[in-house]
Design a protein around this ligand. Structure first.
Ligand code: 9D3
Length: 256
C-alpha cells in the first residue's frame, strides 16, 4: 500500500517511515510513505503557503495553489487510484471500521493542515473525506496522519510478527476491552498473580479472562457493551462479575 502525505513538515514524514510496525512494514515492502511539501510548490521568493483570512480574525489560512500543486504531484507519482483524506477537527471520528476500510485501498493521500486550516475551496475540489482522531486540540494534522498510517499499516498482511496478533486486540476482536495480563514473578510486593492463571486449567483461565474482559468493559466503557453481541454464557459471567464487584464495594477492607 502506498501512502502520500502532504505536510509542511517533511521531517515528520521521514520519522514516521523509520520506526515501529510502520518502519518494519516498509522494510518488508508492504507499504511505502512519500512526503510532499507544499512549500516546494509555492511561487515567488517568499514561497508563501498561507495568508490572512478574509473576514478577519486570528491565525492564517493555507493557500489553495501550493496545496493543489502538491496534491497533483503526489497523485501523478503513481497510477493507482487514490483516496484523498484531509485530517481536521471537523472530520468524522476515525474508528477501527474506517481503518479496515482504508487498509483495503491501494493508496491513501493524506493532507495535513496547519494554522487555522485550509481554504475551503481546496477542500471542496480536492478532498474525498475528512477525518478527526478525537475531541481534543492538536497543533496540526501530522500526528493524526501518523495515527492513520500506524493503524492501517498493522492491518496489512504480514505487517505484524508472530507474537503480535491484530485479531486479539480490543476493537479488532469482539469489541470488548482486553483482560489484565501478568508475568513473573508470581510473588511481588505489589501483589500476587491471580491463582487461576497458575492453575493449568485452560478452560478456567479462558473463563476468567472472558469475565475480566466483560467486567472491565462494563466498568470503563459501557458504551462498547451496548454494541457487543453477548452470549448467554457471557451474560452470566458478567452478572457474576457485577455481584462480586458490588459485594467488594460493601466490604471496606476488601482486596477484590
Ligand atoms: C485553536 C484553533 N481552533 C480555533 C477554534 C481551531 C483549530 C485549528 C486547527 C484546532 C485545531 C487545529 C489543528 N488540528 C488538526 O489539524 C487536526 C486534529 C485535531 O486538532 N484534533 C483531532 N483530530 C485532528 S485531525 C487534524
Amino acid at each position: 500500500m502506498r501512502f502520500d502525505i502532504v505536510s509542511l513538515f517533511p521531517d515528520f514524514v521521514a520519522q514516521l517511515a523509520a520506526h515501529g510496525v510502520v518502519g518494519r512494514a516498509g522494510e518488508r515492502g508492504l507499504l511505502s510513505i512519500h512526503g510532499w511539501n507544499p512549500r516546494d510548490h509555492a511561487e515567488g521568493g517568499y514561497r508563501r503557503v498561507d495568508d490572512r483570512p478574509f473576514g478577519g480574525g486570528p491565525g492564517m489560512v493555507m493557500l489553495i495553489d501550493p496545496l493543489q500543486a502538491a496534491l497533483q504531484a503526489a497523485r501523478a507519482a503513481d497510477p493507482a487510484p487514490v483516496r484523498t483524506i484531509y485530517l481536521s477537527p471537523q472530520g468524522a471520528r476515525l474508528t477501527q471500521a474506517k481503518v479496515r476500510e482504508l487498509a483495503a485501498l491501494p493508496r491513501l493521500l493524506l493532507l495535513c493542515g496547519r494554522y487555522e486550516g485550509v481554504d475551503e475551496r481546496l477542500l471542496q475540489a480536492e478532498v474525498d473525506e475528512e477525518l478527526s482522531i478525537g475531541d481534543y486540540v492538536l497543533s496540526g494534522g501530522e500526528l493524526a496522519a501518523a495515527v492513520v498510517v500506524d493503524a492501517v499499516a498493522r492491518l496489512l498482511d504480514g505487517a505484524l510478527g508472530d507474537a503480535e496478533s491484530a485479531v486479539q486486540d480490543s476493537f479488532e476482536g469482539d469489541g470488548l476491552l482486553d483482560c489484565p495480563h501478568y508475568t513473573r514473578p508470581v510473588e511481588h510486593a505489589l501483589g500476587p498473580v491471580p491463582s487461576v492463571l497458575l492453575s493449568g486449567n485452560h478452560a478456567g483461565i479462558a473463563r476468567w479472562r472472558r469475565q475480566q474482559s466483560l467486567g472491565r468493559t462494563w466498568l470503563r466503557r459501557p458504551d462498547l457493551l451496548d454494541e457487543a453481541a453477548l452470549s448467554k454464557a457471557d451474560r452470566s459471567l458478567l452478572a457474576d462479575f457485577k455481584t462480586r464487584y458490588l459485594q467488594a464495594l460493601d466490604e471496606p477492607d476488601g482486596d477484590a
